[in-house]
Design a binder for this molecule. Sequence first.
Ligand code: GDG
Length: 747
Amino acid sequence: MNTQMHSTSDNKRRIINVSNRLPVKITSINEEITYQASEGGLSTGLGSVFSEMDSLWIGWPGMEVQEKLQDRVTYDLRNKNLHPIFLDAQEISKYYEGFSNEIIWPLFHYFPSYSSYDPEYWQAYLSVNKKFAEEIIKFATAEDIVWVHDYHLMLVPALVRAALPGITIGYFQHIPFPSYEVFRAMPWKKEVLEGLLGADIAGFQTEEDAAHFTQAVSNILGIGAKGAGFEVENGRQVKVQAFPISIDYKKFRELAAEDLTEKYAQKIRTDINTKILLSIDRLDYSKGIIQRLKAFECFLKKHPEWKQRVTFIHLIVPSRDQVRKYAELKEEMDRLVSDINGRYSTLTWQPIHHRYCSVPPNMLSALYSCADMAIVSPLIDGMNLVCKEYVASNISRKGVLLLSEYAGAAKELTDALLINPNDVERFANKINEGLLMPEDKRISKMKRMQDTIKQADIFTWARNFTDQLTGLRRTRIVSLPTPVNAEIGHYIDSSYADAGKRLMLLDYDGTLMPFFNVPADAAPDPSLYSLITKLSADKRNDLVIISGRDKNTLDEWLGALPIHIVAEHGSWFREKNGEWRNPQGLTGGWKTDVSAVLQKYVNQIPGSFIEQKSYSLAWHYRQADGKLAKDNIRNITAHLNAVLKQHKLEILLGNKVLEVKSNSINKGKAASYFMQKADYEFILALGDDNTDEDMFAVMPENGISIKVGTNISRAHYSLNSYLEVRKLLANMCEMAIIHRHNVPLAS
Ligand code: GDG
């Protein structure tokens, strides 16, 4: 057996967490280097989780560190299980501020006109992603799980995969994934998607983000969705799923109850002595800062009765203010704040208390706990943790949450007062509505939101993601199969000879026969026919030819033999007695629509043709210009997207063939059906194609799976060609005869 594939132990689970920023920042670098926890959604969210795991966190410490100090910093961080990646000034400017924050951030937050597609930014992004990947590869073993975070590192999954094909990789994107129409503007869209598909799980904040990613992959790379994800090279599956991030609920509750927090809260209440509205954000144009200031002004205008009775604490954490758009935003924000304060302040009251700084955790918590209303108004936000933190910290439960419908969190916090930040008038009305909301209603809404967050906290989120990755690692079997050598050959022969009841699942084209330009030319030659006859003559054997070919051809070629046949990937089953049947519910009504699309490509690509099967259609391009055909696969997939969805179909990419079939059938399901038919002591599966990976995936632990070819696969072993397959099968027959006659083995 391929021990590499079965030896992982769950006890030694190690996670290598990778993000652009480490959860610490260096605050002073003079005589003594000092470190401080860094702010921001990712650090806050994941800090708690990884302090509880056997993990290593790789990332940038947030500033340029002189070369002579780099070893010191590496050493200091080692005992916190952190490993720094140092970036020089050029890299910080082009990879971080440039590509990440001036291209991806605006584009992914639907500000396409803010993106400046400088090719130098791309080069820097590529090289820093390589730098991260190289560092990961230094630390990672094939047993580890690598969890890559966010848009700064979208190329890392594929780069790590190329070096360690069998490793388990998760990617989680904290920001939105935009719709195809927006995403496709990016010049390097193909490279970015290919980078992400290096992961085993691509996680997003919401179902919408996951769907946008799926559509981009289908349309741009031409890979049709399979289940909740994709099948990529050699049958490797990439799962695409929503994992809405959350907060450390317990930590925020405890923080709110601390004496220091209470002391700060008392002071704020006494000093302000009016109702308190609160907003806390990083400086960012996606956060709807300008819109909410305008809405607040509109509220003061429309509801003068609240003058002197409400104060807006407006805390903006400095962020990226070296980037031009951020500097412009800051200017506009400062101007608006002073306009409003100038217009509405009285001698004893100032409507907006605006601060541009960050505050320590107890002060943050005090602000949350004494605010009568939190206003969270992004124009778009992956999730938004501030609103969840406010809810968790609101011990009295008397607070109100005003939340933009465009924050990922709005999908969960349905008890918030939802607003469209662009709709200034209604936004202003909602502020008034929130302030007038009766106490019992506020309490019951807040309680429900607290329950929601408590049940789905950051630990549940991380556990959910990492458990899925661990599960994949345990069962994942994609690696280079071991070539069948003399020893393995002997093991297979003797297992076969010893077994009472045997099941052999044999793919046909490429496995038992070579490929021909015209599929009809691949009729079994006499030597193959006699081999199958011999194998099927043994009463202990159940032989299944499991193929994508059409039923009539297989019946004509092999129908006289006492074997089972699976045609069209499982659309038809033939029992040994010659009776054909097909699984219920299959229909072929969709074929006219799909044929029409495929026919267009037949016309454009000389040498390609359509093969009609009962419940599937195959577009063959073996005789066509391979490059032209491959380039068009993307277009075909995009073209078929809607009809695939409508009829629950999927695209299979085989050897020079694209096949459209129902997504409810595959060779794995067909193989499972036969495995359950008897108590087999020997199960062998042989196949050369992507479609055979489904069959390998359902093999029992003691089954023998063999890939024909040299690619990575789920199969345990590999053989080079159909000739070697025939030799192996012939040897097995011989061996069984020797065994039966008790002839001692030659040494
Ligand atoms: C990205 C996505 C997603 C803020 N001011 C202070 C402070 N903070 C902390 C908050 C909160 C965090 O910063 C901000 O998190 P958000 O989620 O609101 O926003 P992003 O930074 O844009 O985060 C976002 C998130 O990733 C997680 O996946 O939700 O959609 O854009 O935790 O508490 N912390 C301290 N002082 C401050 O002054 N200590």
